[in-house]
Design a binder for this molecule. Structure first.
Ligand code: 13P
Length: 259
């Protein structure tokens, strides 16, 4: 069975002091975390990544960046390259989040370049895809996912599923409190796994972790991650409070025993 991955995407929240307070608490929790089938990831803002890696280095918690530049290096004021992130010993980098698609005009082609840079620099991308409300309502969910996957993964050769994590985040469920039903999420994620099967074969399709994201909270996480093609959650709002975040990790530990 694939391990479950519980990832907190903090987005543009928490200053240095709030980051330190959270991470010190998480460190104390994680030092007692022994369940290897439940992996934990946090994605603080860029300025605090090194602090996070340092503080969590003797725990199983891994650190992710929230985005990366599509450029390699040079005169790109304000951007951060994949090799810079890799030099911090980051394990993961979120790529293609719907907020980056919306506010930073990340197209599928740009996301494809970002994914290649992240993989080339030895980090694991958490590749986000998902349809907008009007796309779901007009019955185009699978068509959108197919396009995002086909362009996003163009020329990306995976010999093992361990090099990639995918997060299915329906845009209409992000920050809205309107979580997808476990059946809606399972259906989309089975479609994603089938895409991986066609493109990369069974070994890769069976090992890539596919997360669900969008209004995940302690009261809905368990039934979502119990679905066969859902291997964890990418959590925004509810990951900002330590007690909620650790409650969701505890629920994943219960889920993994019965999955
Ligand atoms: P919310 O959990 O706040 O809906 O955000 C989900 C998300 O965008 C995680 O990347």
């Amino acid at each position: 069975m694939r391990p479950l991955l519980i990832a907190g995407n903090w987005k543009m929240n928490k200053d240095l002091f709030e980051t330190l307070a959270f991470l010190q608490g998480l460190r104390a929790y994680a030092q007692k975390h022994k369940e290897e089938r439940v992996q934990i990831v946090v994605a603080p803002a860029y300025p605090f990544l090194l602090t996070a890696v340092d503080l969590l280095k003797d725990t199983p918690v891994k650190v992710a960046a929230q985005d990366v530049s599509s450029n390699e290096d040079g005169a790109f004021t304000g951007e951060v390259s994949a090799s810079m992130l890799a030099s911090l010993h980051l394990s993961f980098c979120i790529v293609g989040h719907s907020e980056c698609r919306q506010y930073h005009s990340d197209t599928d082609d740009v996301i494809n370049i970002k994914l290649q840079r992240v993989i080339k620099n030895g980090m694991k991308p958490i590749f986000c895809i998902g349809e907008k409300l009007e796309e779901r309502q007009s019955g185009r969910t699978n068509e959108v996912l197919q396009r995002q996957l086909a362009i996003g993964l163009n020329e990306i050769n995976l010999s093992a599923g361990k090099d990639l994590v995918i997060a299915y985040e329906p845009v209409w469920a992000i920050g809205t409190g309107q979580v997808a039903t476990p059946q809606q999420a399972q259906e989309a994620q089975a479609f994603i796994r089938n895409f991986l099967l066609q493109k990369y074969g069974a070994e890769v399709a069976d090992t890539v972790q596919i997360l669900y994201g969008g209004s995940v909270k302690p009261d809905n996480i368990k039934e979502i991650i119990l679905q066969p093609d859902i291997d964890g959650a990418l959590i925004g709002g509810a990951s900002l409070k330590l007690d909620l975040f650790t409650a969701m990790i505890d629920l994943a530990k219960e889920a993994v025993k019965i999955k």
